[in-house]
Design a protein around this ligand. Sequence first.
Ligand code: NAP
Length: 268
Amino acid sequence: MRPSYGLQGRAAVVTGATRGIGHAVARELAAAGARVCVTARDADEVRRTAAELGGVGAAGSVADPDHLRAVVDLALREFGRIDVIVNNAATNLPYGPLMDVDPLAWREAFTVNVEAPLQLVQCAWQAWMREHGGAVINICTEGAGHVGPHIGAYGTSKAALLHLTQQLAGELAPKVRVNSVSPGLVRTEMARFVWEPGEEEVAAGLPLRRIGEPQDVARAVVWLASDEAEWVTGADLLVDGGTRVRAAHTATAYAIHERLRTPGTRST
Ligand SMILES: NC(=O)c1ccc[n+]([C@@H]2O[C@H](COP(=O)([O-])OP(=O)(O)OC[C@H]3O[C@@H](n4cnc5c(N)ncnc54)[C@H](OP(=O)(O)O)[C@@H]3O)[C@@H](O)[C@H]2O)c1
């Protein structure tokens, strides 16, 4: 049996929760006794996931401020509270050298990856958390701490999300704790173009010898959401199998960057 971490009866919103990391987060929160409100753009997948987890769901893009307001309204209407927000939905586009980046695509990356998390927190703060408190967890990336080939828009937007996490942590304390989790390479659709062509080689270069699974990240999120982390705010929890410390472990080239550099690779 999983520990409840005091999440029994709490209510959580998880964006981008129909597959990958967001789905694992929503599943782990539900298993810990929380009621979950899940989102994604594909309405059928949202319905399926909400039913699977015994929660509710709202279909739409996090880039749409009306959708974010509707998500908060739905969670409050159904659960009467919002204790946890997990900003997980993101895009890894546009892919390629920054000198070729279309300004509209760049703006979309910042709308989805930075502005939407802020707006969802604003909505939840105004409607519930300012008075009652809560916990926010933003899903960043291990890659936000350094640069990499062809992922400049993604990395820059996630670095902004990391900074936003710390700024909000200071502004919203003591009522609301705001933290981030930064995954390394995880077995999901978004990252399939990196891990699928030769997973063994990538895994061999990581100190913990495997790529991540969505539940590796989900367990860290659940802990940060819970009262077990009641004195933790403004923190970034790396869940990366040792990616950040690999230089002290192996002398081989960084296989993930080699993948990103390879002509023909592309994001999903
Ligand atoms: N996988 C990795 O290696 C890795 C590493 C570091 C960080 N991360 C971060 O982890 C988070 C989850 O990524 P993932 O790998 O689990 O991705 P994924 O498997 O592609 O799942 C993405 C989820 O988000 C939804 N989504 C995508 N765009 C959305 C939008 N604009 N509005 C609402 N929902 C949207 C998708 O459903 P719809 O398509 O139906 O909308 C899906 O449910 C992201 O923040 C990502 O940056 C992932």
